[in-house]
Write a protein that binds this ligand. Structure first.
Ligand code: SF4
Length: 362
């Protein structure tokens, strides 16, 4: 049983035979994709406050140093992104700022919001107004918190990272696998297209990797809402000095993800964190987001590759590179999206034209 699933009342189990099958997968067992996709986005770290202190993470700033994007900053970045041809506003959080972040709560108060999730709703509305589709990655969310932003997002995401309890999540404030699984389940209950992923190299075992992927598969089987799984290597930075997984490890994990997950679920490796050419024959079919406007605030030491570099990966693989929207094509309908987002997709304006052009090419 995964740690914390009782506390969060989420029912996920995996079959031991499936674990054994996943552990047996090698790169030669999976086929390369016949196309690679990517999205053009702007990156909006709504707050760098986080109630947790994961030891590999450079995203969060401690209390007193954490920031909150202003309405004006959000609008300006979205406007620049739309002008540069982006389609996605990628909002990220740390997890809910806790009581220690007094100044963040005071700023939210001044903005007239009770919580960061309330502010996220307004931020998403700004993005829609400026001609971008919001995709929010706001850490863990309760069913109610998700309900508050569901109709203004084209899709949501949170990294599962691992179903194991690892030292890297340790300390007095430690995130719990059950809470993450519950967030993924909540998105399924709301019928929201969802992106998740695993983090490789934070102390998890091969069995943990297999179980994490199988847990994601189980939730997707239940709700059909998982659009993409990111297989992300941990990287050295100012807080993490334990190194990254080897190329051989990444090749095997990516192949395991491809073999475990249904074909409908995309597998992505972030090409700013490893050379995607090394895993392109292991079943990845997506290269994530590329931004002409903002840095990758989650991993600021690793610049996003230019579009040209993504093209080089596709050339190396001998497959076409296709732009996609933040939400995958099969979810772009009334079953999955709100009237508000569907209206944005079909709007007779420049933004609608950008979305239609991207969809026509996929
Ligand atoms: S990885 Fe996420 S939950 Fe952990 S400290 Fe960083 S922002 Fe917070």
């Amino acid at each position: 049983m995964f740690p914390g699933i009782e506390a969060y009342d989420v029912d996920v189990t995996v079959d031991e035979r499936d674990v054994e099958r996943a552990l047996a997968v090698r790169p030669a067992d999976v086929a390369a994709a016949d196309e690679l996709s990517f999205a053009r986005n702007v990156f909006l770290p709504l707050t760098t406050a986080c109630r947790y202190t994961c030891t590999y993470c450079t995203y969060y700033d401690p209390p007193g140093q954490a920031s909150l994007l202003t309405r004006e900053e959000i609008r300006e970045t979205c406007r620049q992104g739309a002008n540069a041809g982006c389609t996605e506003a990628l909002f990220t959080f740390g997890d809910d700022p806790d009581d220690r972040y007094a100044e963040i709560h005071a700023e939210l108060d001044e903005l007239g919001h009770e919580s960061i999730h309330d502010y996220l709703r307004e931020a998403c509305e700004i993005a829609l107004d400026e001609g971008l589709l919001p995709h929010s990655n706001p850490g863990d969310q309760t069913y109610e918190e998700m309900a508050a932003v569901a109709d203004v997002n084209a899709s949501l995401g949170v990294m599962l990272e691992t179903t194991a309890e690892v030292q890297a999540h340790g300390g007095p404030r430690s995130k719990v696998p059950g809470q993450r699984l519950n967030t993924i389940a909540n998105a399924g209950k709301h019928g929201i297209p969802f992106t998740t992923g695993i983090l490789v190299g934070i102390g998890e075992t091969w069995r943990d990797r297999a179980e994490s992927l199988l847990a994601i598969r189980e939730l997707d089987r239940r709700y059909g809402h998982v659009q993409e799984v990111i297989v992300q290597p941990v990287s050295d930075n100012e807080r993490w000095h334990e190194g990254s997984p080897s190329t051989a490890t990444m090749r095997r994990v990516v192949a395991m993800a491809r073999a475990v997950l249904p074909e409908s679920v995309s597998v992505q490796v972030p090409p700013n964190l490893m050379d995607a050419r090394d895993v392109v024959d292991c079943g990845i079919d997506d290269l994530g987001g590329v931004s002409p406007v903002t840095d990758d605030h989650v991993n600021p030491e690793y610049a996003w590759p230019a579009l040209r570099e993504l093209e080089e990966v596709a050339e190396h693989a001998g497959v076409p590179l296709a732009e996609r929207l933040p939400t995958y094509e099969r979810y772009l309908n009334e079953e999955w999206l709100s009237e508000r987002v569907l209206a944005a997709l079909d709007a007779p304006d420049d933004a609608g034209e950008r979305y239609r052009t991207v969809r026509a090419g996929t």
